[in-house]
Design a protein. Structure first.
Length: 198
């Protein structure tokens, strides 16, 4: 049922989706859907939080894998940046829903965006911050606020690709992604390079 709801919300958005649409997609009676999910708000929240948790878990693994051992800071951060973008293609329905939410911000149910932010982007940011703190502890980066540094990394390294591709809807050419990631990493390293290395 949640999978069917994800498919419908990804295709139609919040405004144009009804419980009957989810029931039709899942092959269930509308009453069955309402039995498990009071209304489409609760259904959307369930779909969003499940997707956010899955994306956040994937990003946690990516951060751990790419920052566990640093051999060349800029090269390793660029590899992390490229990997950080992979959920755009591995979770396409989730990001389609995110695009719809952005477009339907005025009509979305109260609290949904905040709960999604907490379970998804903010959780991923915290996990990245933990790993960046370990890199800083090795003397490779210098900052006082690891969460702020993680947020900057995401903005500088992934943000351009996310914006230009509309959260993965229009994939960029590999050379364009590479250029954005490389430039973002260079900016990040300039911001957080230890003073002794400047």
């Amino acid at each position: 049922m949640v999978r069917a709801a994800r498919t419908v919300f990804a295709r139609e958005g919040w405004t144009h989706t009804g419980v009957k649409d989810v029931a039709a997609q899942s092959g269930l009676e509308e009453g069955t859907v309402v039995h498990y999910f009071r209304d489409k708000e609760q259904l959307l929240l369930s779909v969003l939080l499940e997707g956010a948790a899955a994306v956040s878990a994937a990003l946690t693994v990516i951060a751990e894998d790419h920052l566990a051992e640093i051999t060349d800071l800029e090269t390793d951060l660029a590899a992390l940046g490229r990997a950080w973008l992979t959920p755009l293609s591995t979770f396409p329905e989730h990001f389609a829903i995110v695009r719809h939410l952005g477009a339907e911000i005025a009509t979305r149910p109260a609290g949904v965006l905040e709960m999604w932010q907490t379970a998804g982007p903010q959780q991923a940011n915290r996990e990245l911050a933990r790993r960046l703190r370990k890199v800083a502890d090795q003397g490779l980066l210098a900052f006082t606020d690891a969460e702020h540094a993680a947020e900057r990394f995401i903005q500088l390294v992934a943000g351009g690709v996310v914006q230009r591709s509309f959260h993965g809807a229009l994939p960029l050419a590999e050379f364009e992604t590479e250029a954005l990631v490389t430039a973002g990493v260079a900016d990040f390293v300039r911001l957080y390079r230890p003073a002794a290395d400047r």
